[in-house]
Design a protein around this ligand. Structure first.
Ligand SMILES: CC(C)(COP(=O)(O)OP(=O)(O)OC[C@H]1O[C@@H](n2cnc3c(N)ncnc32)[C@H](O)[C@@H]1OP(=O)(O)O)[C@@H](O)C(=O)NCCC(=O)NCCS
Length: 164
């Protein structure tokens, strides 16, 4: 079962481990232990300093920590501020499940769901497009994408295009 629980300072080693392993996946030359230490120091400063609307969660799969999930709920929009699944747990539908839940929230609250994806992260971008996100702007580093609950999503099903 996939679940979320709010992260606390006690989770810093778990968060740092997820981020370091995701980083090492992109750049295998990095020293994971050094990277873990650097993230742990950085995350320590996060607690109490982040926006009050922000919720940082630990993703769990059957009770085992599997990733990091940060959502910011603004009055007019929802921001997926970060999703990182530990490489050992990637590709099992966890990301899709969690983003679909936010899409449902976007629909029920009629608030658009925003996220930024690194320009080089082609795989993540493909996932977001499949789920109905559209690129609306870009920066030097990222593509800015959004799911708009009022626009409908095109789903391929049994060879037919369905709009819902
Ligand atoms: C992107 C990510 C959140 C998706 O979650 P997931 O549980 O692995 O994904 P799902 O199993 O639900 O869906 C699989 C899709 O995710 C994407 N994906 C899978 N592994 C990925 C990876 N290492 N990096 C980026 N995207 C990945 C692909 O689009 C894949 O679809 P495909 O098999 O058709 O190529 C997760 O893989 C991850 O944390 N990757 C590394 C960090 C990252 O890129 N975070 C997103 C920053 S915007």
């Amino acid at each position: 079962m996939i679940s979320l629980r709010t992260a606390t300072r006690d989770d810093i080693p778990v968060l740092a481990d997820v981020l370091a392993n995701v980083e090492a996946q992109v750049d295998p030359s990095i020293d994971v232990e050094e990277c873990r230490k650097a993230f742990a120091e950085g995350i320590d400063g996060y607690f109490g300093a982040d926006e009050p609307e922000s919720i940082l969660s630990i993703i769990e799969l059957d009770g085992a920590p599997a990733g990091r999930f940060r959502v910011v709920r603004f009055p007019d929009r929802i921001l997926l501020g970060g999703i990182q699944i530990h490489p050992a747990f990637q590709g099992n539908g966890i990301g899709t499940h969690l983003i679909r839940a936010l899409i449902e929230e976007s629909r029920s609250t009629a608030k658009p769901l925003h996220l930024d994806v690194d320009r080089n992260n082609v795989s993540a971008r493909r996932l977001y497009e499949r789920l109905g996100f559209e690129q609306h702007a870009e920066s030097e580093r990222d593509f800015h994408m959004a799911f708009h609950p009022d626009r409908g999503v095109r789903h391929e099903q049994a060879g037919e295009d369905l709009i819902r």
